[in-house]
Unconditional design. Structure first.
Length: 94
């Protein structure tokens, strides 16, 4: 887990998660860590390869997850498991 006390925010985005695995759309070039939060449903994700409805880490509505490297940020793929309007919010740090 990365301590955010020594990190500077460098970007933010909010993305809708669908039933097709997808990653982040606008990763700042100087990002080295990120915090994501989920709202509206349940998502499965991986930071290497594509998740499915039964494979990958489960992120529940209202929870947070830290991505500790640019490899995890660039490798992140999420897929909606349940919910209607499911969003992931990402704050990037350097």
């Amino acid at each position: 887990m990365v301590s955010r006390t020594n990190l500077t925010p460098v970007g933010f985005e909010k993305l809708e998660v669908t039933s097709t695995p997808s990653g982040f759309s606008t990763i700042p070039s100087d990002a080295s860590a990120a915090v994501i939060s989920l709202e509206g449903g349940t998502v499965r994700f991986k930071t290497f390869g594509d998740p499915s409805s039964t494979d990958g880490h489960k992120l529940l509505d209202g929870t947070f997850y830290e991505l500790d490297s640019i490899d995890e940020i660039e490798g992140f793929r999420g897929i909606k498991i349940d919910g209607t309007n499911v969003y992931v919010q990402i704050e990037y740090y350097r």
